[in-house]
Design a binder for this molecule. Structure first.
Ligand code: ZN
Length: 319
């Protein structure tokens, strides 16, 4: 079924510097759950930290490769510049207050489309984040025990791509990845397969802007969700037929992935919904232990020593 090949966002993966600060910001200040503590499968001496809702559902997963001491990147054309999270209607006052308490500078609320009241801020590395109020997002938020449930983040709202060639990126989304244009205003075009929070991709016109540079505080790639391995192969064929250079299917333990660079410069991934985060930890223990892919278990002692320990002191983040 062609129309269902891509169902929405799966995860966003970004580069950061200090791992402990990263944990403090996303699990502490924002109250996301660290649902997996593993390593970069392509560079096992670096953490790969996953944050999300209780179950680590696709569409809620923000993940990081923290490279200690990494130089800050530059946001710009050819990048995913803003990751937006969905929060309940009427919760921005709470979040502005909370960000103030933790000395995180933020914008005043502004509108974008009819119902997009949002604030913008950056994490400790300068990564662009928004909280957007969404009245009809029925997903349950995650409180981490210290965020009142009526304000908790529900998962992604959407992402903003400063694609280097927004016409071509738009065509890729509509012709191959079953997105439809759902809104347009002030040089921003919104695409989605469903029109719902968690599945929104905004392209902003930056055809003349300067290109971004990779480094901490920039996004490495964005992954879109596909139902299963069969639909993944189907979309892979379509991408190949369109002349895109797509990787073979790679086993990421928690999902299977293919990667390709879209014509505007952003690295795209298509990831399967299953098997999911609970494949190697009980749901109640997600993120509890350092998980290594089986082929790295022989190096566990060495890897652990190199990574250093991180832990969240939740008391610091209560109000
Ligand atoms: Zn990924």
């Amino acid at each position: 079924m062609d129309s269902k090949l891509i169902s929405g966002l799966h995860h966003v993966t970004a580069l950061s510097s200090d791992a402990q600060e990263n944990l403090n910001f996303y699990a502490g200040v924002l109250g996301l759950r660290m649902v997996k503590k593993t390593v970069n499968f392509d560079d096992p001496y670096v953490y790969h930290l996953y944050y999300g809702d209780y179950a680590g559902s696709p569409g809620s997963l923000m993940t990081f490769f923290p490279y200690n001491g990494m130089v800050q990147g530059v946001k710009g054309r050819g990048q995913l510049t803003v990751t937006s999270f969905s929060v309940p209607a009427g919760s921005l006052d709470y979040w502005m207050n909370r960000l103030d308490k933790f000395h995180v500078e933020h914008s005043r609320p502004a509108g974008r489309f009819e119902s997009d009241e949002f604030i913008y801020f950056e994490d400790h590395d300068g990564l662009g984040i928004e909280l957007i109020e969404s009245a009809d997002d029925e997903r349950e938020g995650f409180t981490n025990g210290h965020i009142p449930p009526e304000f908790a983040i529900k998962g992604f709202y959407g992402v903003t791509l400063a694609a280097g060639n927004h016409e071509k990126t738009g065509l890729l989304l509509t012709e191959i990845m079953n997105h439809k244009p759902v809104n347009e205003k002030n040089g921003r075009i919104r695409f989605s397969p469903t029109g719902k929070a968690g599945a929104l991709v905004d392209l902003v016109r930056t055809n003349n802007g300067s290109f971004g540079r990779s480094g901490s505080g920039t996004v490495h790639h964005v992954a879109y969700a596909t139902k299963n391995e069969e639909s993944q192969l189907e979309i892979r064929e379509k991408l190949l037929s369109a002349g895109l250079n797509v990787t073979p299917v790679i086993d990421r333990q928690y999902f299977k992935s293919i990667y390709f660079r879209e014509p505007g410069g952003v690295l795209f991934e298509v990831a399967t919904l299953l098997p999911g985060m609970a494949i190697d930890e009980k749901p109640e223990n997600l993120g509890g232990e350092l998980k290594l892919p089986s082929w790295e278990e022989v190096n566990r002692r060495d890897i652990e020593k190199n990574l250093g320990k991180i832990s969240l002191d939740i008391e610091k983040f209560r109000e």
